[in-house]
Design a protein. Structure first.
Lengths: 253, 374
């Protein structure tokens, strides 16, 4: 499955665009492309633990869809004169991938859906929506369109997960909590104000976070919107609001 | 004290995700960033580094309205009512009218949370009732869930507090000039109707001139001497009893003409009076507060955080009304709309509350318990 990904690490890529903010968009796109490629890898891995042939097809179609998103983002990069790198072994993405693969190792389909569809997609929907509003021209439109598609993924998974939860709510909620501790701490660090533990291995030079304001974005907004979307997704699943509130307020600063 | 459960009946035919056995829900919001920080501190737990204020101010507005904790109210009769406290997560600095649309949206979502939790009666605390102007048509509808603004019990406690202060100060209320700030609001008009027959003169102050005229005419028809002040500076008489019940987004009111030793009840949430008000000599207390003798419990333990008062088991009347009605199995919209609070209704809810050991709280203000004269 790793062959789906062509790793172009950030230090090999330069920005030749004349758009003043192109280098900022390059880093934003790098995160998006890496996320989409990781999602493609995750769905491909998911297909290997599905028992139902329809589920296998579904998962592989999803994988293709995410690859399509990555390609769309790369194309948008070229339009503004930048080559968009990706690095699924970048600090945060690697940790997330490892968490997902632990779910694959135990053949826990439900856990995989929780990680990919609830946690990762919530962040994607929220951050893409915000970028969609801030980014110029077709770049913004592409982010907005992909945000809408990702929201559709969440809706589909919601049905499966709600049914699962109805069978044994306490056990389900415990599972979500364990995954929350594993994955959400990493996602929260990714959208923290600054990368306290060193570079994320995706930004092509200095960390892009301090420059986001130049393109009408901020880590505050991206973090807030992502956590909001995540909480709403957990609400839709039926988890008690007072419980998930504690989970989120206990995430690292 | 026994632990009989008040009026909890299992409900048939609920969707699987809907909780049952929730007698009441309380919808509220934080009145200051300090109280918001305290809530976060409890949620994070003592073992974690507390979030800096700027982090809290950044994350708070993004939190969707939701339950914060479970609440139990214990009646003097031995009954228990179980409920939820739901916070709208309205940022304390965004209560002004420019955020009206967003805030109404938050109250609606909070109401939906209460319905989903299966709450039989829901109290709209603080600004949440002001935002919908007591009009429950703004809220989601559910056959099993009733809403109340809680304003009638709030008025009961304000009026009781005024009487108590007058007694402590040996003030003859029949010789007093009563100024009501926010007179045409639901709480303000209710207080006016309750106290007008007992004072010498009433001065009504509010922003809406037409509503002022209507209220004044109603009182004058009952024989009350009424004056209208369209602003605090324009008050024609020096009031010696003042009730502040205006819906202001932050503590910003500066009183105009008041007597040097006026009794002042600040019943706002957030508080009405500006901390910079010059009221030396005046006797200020926070109005509309009740105390539940049987006690309140919170899970997680927000005791002293959600109800940060110098006495235990004290809460705002608007929130206590929901608990009172739940304990009494009176699942009805006891307080609704604007301008319907009458003395008989105030006496009724106060009597029901008293049956369950819920009374006016000991008087206090920002400096702590009120020092009473020897």
């Amino acid at each position: 499955m790793e062959s789906l990904v062509s790793l172009t690490c950030s230090e090999q890529v330069v920005c030749n665009s004349t758009l003043p903010t192109a280098s900022i968009w390059q880093d934003v796109l790098a995160q998006a492309v890496t996320g989409e490629l990781m999602a493609a890898m995750n769905y491909s891995a998911l297909s290997t633990i599905c028992d139902d042939p329809e589920e296998v097809t579904d998962a592989l179609e999803h994988a293709q869809g995410e690859q399509g998103h990555a390609a769309a983002f790369i194309a948008e990069g070229r339009k503004i004169g930048v080559e968009v790198p990706n690095n699924v072994n970048a600090r945060y993405w690697k940790r997330i991938r490892e968490a997902f693969m632990r779910c694959i190792a135990t053949r826990d389909l439900i856990a995989c859906l929780i990680v990919q569809e609830i946690m990762l997609e919530s962040f994607a929907v929220a951050s893409y929506s915000r970028v969609g509003k801030a980014a110029p021209g077709s770049l913004g439109k592409t982010f907005a369109a992909i945000a809408a598609e990702e929201e559709g993924h969440i809706d589909h998974a919601m049905e499966i997960l709600r049914t699962e939860r109805a069978l044994a709510p306490e056990r389900f909620d415990d599972k979500v909590y364990r995954l929350h501790l594993d994955v959400m701490t990493t996602l929260t660090e990714m959208v923290a104000k600054e990368c306290r533990h060193g570079q994320c291995d995706l930004c092509h030079s200095d960390c892009v976070k301090p420059s986001l304001s130049e393109v009408g974005l901020s880590t505050t907004e991206l973090r807030g919107a992502s956590l909001q979307q995540y909480l709403k997704s957990l609400d839709r699943l039926g988890l008690p609001g007072e419980v998930t509130l504690q989970w989120v307020t206990q995430l690292p600063v | 004290m026994g632990h009989a459960t008040a009026c909890v009946t299992p409900r048939e035919g609920l969707a699987p995700e809907r909780r049952i056995a929730m007698d009441f829900a309380l919808i509220g919001h934080q009145e200051s960033w300090r109280s918001a920080a305290d809530v976060f501190a409890v949620l994070r737990g003592a073992e974690r580094t507390q979030l800096p204020d700027d982090e809290i101010m950044e994350i708070f507005p993004w939190i969707p309205p939701r339950a914060v904790c479970n609440v139990e109210a214990f009646s003097a009769t031995g009954a228990t009512a179980r409920g939820l406290y739901i916070d709208c997560f309205i940022p304390p600095d965004r209560l002004a009218s420019e955020y009206l649309h967003d805030n109404i949206g938050r109250v609606r979502v909070a109401a939906a949370c209460a319905i989903k939790a299966g709450a039989r009666i829901v109290s709209l605390g603080g600004f949440s009732s002001i935002l919908v102007e007591g009009n429950f048509n703004h809220l989601p509808v559910a056959a099993d869930t009733i809403f109340t603004t809680g304003n009638t019990l709030t008025v009961a406690f304000i009026v009781r507090g005024i009487r108590k202060m007058c007694a402590l100060e040996r003030r003859d209320i029949s010789r007093s000039t009563l100024l009501i700030v926010g007179a045409t609001g639901d709480v303000g008009s209710g207080c006016t109707r309750c106290l007008a027959p007992f004072v010498k003169r009433v001065v009504l102050c509010a922003r809406n001139a037409k509503r002022l005229q209507i209220l004044a005419a109603e009182l004058e028809a009952d024989g009350t001497k009424v004056e209208i002040a369209k602003s605090l500076e324009q008050s024609p008489f020096e009031a010696d009893i003042v009730i502040c019940a205006a819906s202001v987004a932050s503590p910003s009111l500066q009183l105009g003409r008041i007597a040097p030793e006026a009794i002042i009840c600040d019943a706002g949430y957030p508080k009405n009076l500006s901390p910079r008000s010059d009221m030396s000599g005046a006797r200020v207390f926070f109005g509309g507060m009740g105390q539940i003798a049987g006690g309140l419990s919170f899970k997680p333990n927000f005791k002293g955080v959600l109800n940060r008062h110098p006495f235990p088991d004290v809460a705002h009347g608007c929130l206590l009304e929901g608990m009172v009605l739940a304990l009494a199995c009176r699942f009805e919209p006891f307080s609704h709309g604007r301008g319907f609070i009458r003395r008989e209704r105030v006496e009724e809810i106060e009597a029901i509350a008293a049956l369950h050991g819920i009374h006016l709280a000991p008087l206090f203000n920002a400096d702590g318990p009120l020092k009473t004269p020897e």
